[in-house]
Every structure is written in structure tokens, then in C-alpha cells.
Design a protein around this ligand. Structure first.
Ligand code: FAD
Length: 106
């Protein structure tokens, strides 16, 4: 089985990449399905304490599916919340596209 760190690293890769490639001007249907995706994700993420905190954080900070920009920023902040909890460095959210879309894959 995957440990919490490996699972987390790979999951963030998927989530940030999804946000970076989300349309700049999404259709209503795309907005709804992205919202549904994150709701389901927070229900089924297979780390129960991560999931519980993430659900609470999502309830306090509702997802913003208006555009690629707003979704990526929202997700960056959610990830920074987890970073803070774990005593990790805060990520500069102005670098989110450089990291997850235009920059070299790491
Ligand atoms: P990660 O945090 O996995 O980050 C991977 C890469 O993303 C970094 O190298 C960096 O380049 C980039 N990055 C970092 N911060 C940001 C940001 N804010 N925005 C964009 N890119 C960024 N672990 C726990 O122990 N307890 C928890 O409660 C917990 N909750 C989690 C909740 C969720 C929804 C997820 C997906 C993971 C959670 N994790 C949790 C796992 C944890 O966040 C890390 O994934 C894990 O500790 C491995 O950390 P890492 O140092 O490899 O980098």
C-alpha cells in the first residue's frame, strides 16, 4: 500500500496539474463537474485524517471554479494550509503555473 507521503505527493501532482489545465473560461458544465470532482475527492481520499481536515478546510474556503486562475490559486492555498499544518514551507502561489504547467517536469 502507498504511505501517506507518497500518496500525497502523487495526489498533489494530479490535482495541481488538473487545475493548471482547467479551461481559462470554463463552461457551466465544466465548472460543475470540477466542483463535483473535488467534493467526491474529499469524500474518498484514502487517508482519513487528511480527508477530514481537507473537508473542513473546503467547507470554510469554498472551491472557486470560475477559471483556471481562480481554481489554481484556491488549490495552492489549500495545499499551503496542509504545508502549514505539517510545518513545511509556504509555496509562492504566483509560481503555480511555472511549477505545474510551463516549467520543466520534476
Ligand atoms: P508535497 O506537499 O507533496 O508537494 C509536492 C510538490 O508540490 C512540492 O515539491 C512543491 O513543488 C509543490 N507544492 C508545494 N506546496 C504547493 C502549493 N501550495 N501549491 C502548489 N504546489 C505546491 N499529510 C499528512 O501527514 N497529514 C495530513 O493531514 C495531510 N493532508 C493531506 C491532504 C491532501 C488533500 C493531500 C493531497 C495530501 C495530504 N497530506 C497530508 C500529504 C502531504 O501534503 C504531502 O503530500 C506529503 O507530506 C509529502 O510532502 P512533500 O514534501 O513531498 O511535498
Amino acid at each position: 500500500p502507498a504511505d501517506v507521503k507518497t500518496l500525497g505527493r502523487h495526489t498533489w501532482t494530479l490535482l495541481h496539474t488538473m487545475a493548471a489545465y482547467y479551461p481559462e473560461k470554463p463552461e457551466k458544465k465544466q465548472q460543475e463537474s470540477m466542483k463535483t470532482f473535488f467534493e467526491s475527492f474529499s469524500e474518498h481520499y484514502p487517508c482519513w485524517f487528511c480527508k477530514n481536515d481537507f473537508k473542513k478546510d473546503m467547507a470554510e474556503n469554498p472551491i472557486d471554479v470560475t477559471s483556471r486562475e481562480t481554481l489554481s490559486e484556491w488549490l495552492c492555498r489549500r495545499h499551503n494550509k496542509v504545508n502549514e499544518k505539517l510545518g513545511k514551507k509556504q509555496f509562492d502561489c504566483s509560481k503555480v503555473f511555472e511549477r505545474w504547467m510551463t516549467g520543466p517536469a520534476n
